[in-house]
Design a protein around this ligand. Structure first.
Ligand code: GLY
Length: 311
């Protein structure tokens, strides 16, 4: 049993993963619940719920409700879930009007013949599944509305490389039965073009999982990340015997070599294997949260970027 989450704001979600997984919850239910903050299961004992995606405050971290809108002032979210079992993947992209996109992604995985639904099609599917579609105003927070109103979009986009982005809630859970699941959720690049989709809902880029091997998730500049499929590469390296840390570092090193280290984009990677070992690598200072079963502690670890001198 183990769990890991991107950025320090994932701590309440990793706490919740610990509680759910030790109670016998399936990794997929645990990831959905820890992200969306709601559980429909009856065998599981009562656990106090925390909200992540649906909390407007978490929107400051570019996740779910309260996230930054697109260039037309509309919030569009991407989310995905992948269970290690072959073929178990579901995702939504550019989804409007729903504060818990991971739950719609889960429904896509379980109830749709498709794997990825976008925009109006994702919203139509969600409505068919019983979700209500809220007006855009109720999806924004005071903070995100103000940021949209005061931001000079041209200037923001020109300086985007320099802007610090704590984007994407990524969670990986390994349960008692040996199931491994990864989920990701983001409102995407602030003030993006309408319809822009980042790395998060793209299998192999924002997330990947393989039963008996492990799982990985990415965070950062999704327009660049999706050109390299880092999550797929990490899992393939673990399959060939690398530890999660060796796999994350090797993938980061290769991307930095290909982009030139000094020009590399913002990228944070986490991975977990079936032994419950965790790994991370990043081009920026990258705090991540790890539930270490041996010490039974949920701790924040800080991954530092490699120094250019060493390459
Ligand atoms: N990494 C999230 C995004 O760029 O959309």
């Amino acid at each position: 049993m183990a769990a890991v989450g991107t950025w320090s704001f994932s701590q309440p979600a990793v706490d919740r993963l610990r509680s759910l997984i030790t109670s016998g919850c399936h990794a997929t239910d645990a990831v959905e619940e820890a992200m969306a903050g709601w559980l429909k299961m009856t065998q599981i004992k009562f656990h106090p719920s925390v909200e992540m995606e649906n909390d407007p405050e978490t929107g400051r971290h570019i996740v779910g409700r309260g996230g930054f809108p697109n260039s037309e002032g509309v919030l569009e979210c991407d989310a995905a879930i992948m269970q290690g079992t072959a073929g178990k993947f579901g995702a939504v992209a550019a989804l409007r009007g729903i504060g818990t996109p991971i739950r719609v992604a889960r429904k896509v995985m379980d109830r749709s013949p498709h794997s990825l639904l976008v925009g109006d099609g994702a919203a139509i599917f969600a409505r068919e599944q019983g979700f209500s579609i809220e007006p855009n105003d109720s999806m924004l927070s005071v903070h995100s509305t103000k940021a949209y109103e005061v931001t000079n979009l041209q200037e923001y986009l020109e300086n985007r490389q320099k802007a610090s982005g704590h984007d994407t809630l990524g969670l990986i859970a390994l349960d008692k039965m040996g199931n491994i699941t990864v989920g990701v959720s983001t409102s995407g690049a602030p003030f993006k073009s309408p319809g822009r989709v980042g790395d998060s809902p793209i299998p192999g880029s924002g997330l990947y999982a393989e039963h008996m091997v492990g799982a990985a998730a990415a965070t950062g500049d999704g327009d660049r990340i999706m050109c390299y499929c880092p999550s797929f590469q990490i899992v393939q390296l673990m399959k060939q015997g690398s530890s999660p840390n060796e796999a994350c570092c090797a993938v980061l090193k290769d991307i930095r070599r290909r982009t030139f280290p000094e020009k590399c984009f913002e990228l944070g990677l986490i991975a977990l294997n079936m032994k419950g070992e965790v790994g991370a690598a990043s081009t920026v200072e990258f705090p991540y949260v790890f539930w270490d079963m041996e010490n039974d502690s949920v701790e924040i670890r800080v991954q530092l970027p490699p120094s250019n001198k060493n390459e």
